[in-house]
Design a protein around this ligand. Structure first.
Ligand SMILES: C[S@@+](CC[C@H](N)C(=O)[O-])C[C@H]1O[C@@H](n2cnc3c(N)ncnc32)[C@H](O)[C@@H]1O
Length: 261
């Protein structure tokens, strides 16, 4: 199968499939980073605004600029009604639409592995952050089974239907994040993992939620329909899920935080 680019084009679907997960990690992440109130933020790859909303609710920011290449994700973000402190604009992590040293805190939630060139992306986050400011991120530990729908990915690989890869899957790795932050010249770097769980009412709830993931959707669209029941059975087996019982899914993110000297 060709590895098609992963595009986010369904803000409401994203919210259910991934926004809930992102906020679970984001709450722990913000308690760990402990940003001061009254700061200027950029949320790089803000998508549907799941994490931007947490910043607005928990960190008393002076302002937040959320940027993302996906108009439909931004449209959903704008429906959150977060007020005038937050702007959502089309933008690219490879060339942030800000002057040097214009924010206090640059964050990227579940985005570094979507950057085509993470070294450049982190350099951009550093460039726009003032001296003494913070550059921080979290992302799924993709190469070590940390993705929330890993049992489905595993079943897909078993059936020869590998999920589409993001451009930089290695950037979910703790050691790679440390290398990126160190080589960017950030200081006082700290890192941790963030394990999270989520309950689904039953296996069907898990399945219908999981197949909204763009990487899974691309692979399923290229699959013969009669393969799907077999895939579902494998996923249920991988999850150890009874047909009607609730399903608890687990995931693990790696988080990193550093300062601009
Ligand atoms: C998994 S979503 C994360 C969204 C949001 N930060 C959250 O925590 O829910 C990844 C996002 O990265 C965005 N993205 C992909 N390539 C990007 C790039 N080059 N620059 C900025 N964002 C990008 C996608 O459009 C998508 O909204």
């Amino acid at each position: 199968m060709t590895n098609q680019p992963v595009r986010f084009s369904d803000g409401a679907g994203y919210e259910q499939m991934m926004g809930i997960w992102s906020r679970s990690v984001g709450e722990i992440f913000l308690d760990w980073v402990r940003p001061a109130a009254g700061k200027l933020w950029i949320d790089v790859g803000c998508g549907s605004g799941a994490f931007s909303q947490l910043i607005a609710e928990r960190c008393a920011p002076a302002s937040i600029l959320g940027i993302d290449p996906s108009e439909s994700q931004l449209d959903f973000a704008r429906t959150r009604g977060l007020g005038e402190i937050i702007r959502f604009e089309v933008g690219d992590a490879m060339a942030l639409p800000l002057d040097d040293h214009s924010v206090d805190i640059s964050v990227a939630a579940l985005v570094v592995h979507f950057m085509p060139d993470p070294t450049k992306g982190i350099a951009e986050m550093k460039r726009v952050t003032s001296p003494g400011g913070t550059v921080a991120a979290y992302g799924w530990d993709l190469l070590n089974g940390g993705f929330p729908y890993e049992p489905l990915h595993q079943a897909m690989r078993e059936l020869g239907l590998p999920p589409s890869e993001p451009p930089s899957p290695q950037a979910g790795d703790a050691a790679e994040l440390m290398r990126l932050w160190t080589e960017a010249g950030l200081t006082r770097i700290d890192a941790r993992d963030i394990p999270v769980t989520r309950s689904f009412s039953n296996f069907e709830d898990y399945w219908t939620t999981a197949i909204k993931a763009p990487r899974i959707k691309i692979a399923l669209e290229a699959t013969a329909p009669d393969t799907v029941p077999n895939l579902k059975d494998r996923v249920r087996t991988n999850l150890g899920a009874d047909i009607d019982a609730s399903v608890t899914a687990t995931a693990r993110a790696n988080a990193i935080c550093g300062n601009v000297a």
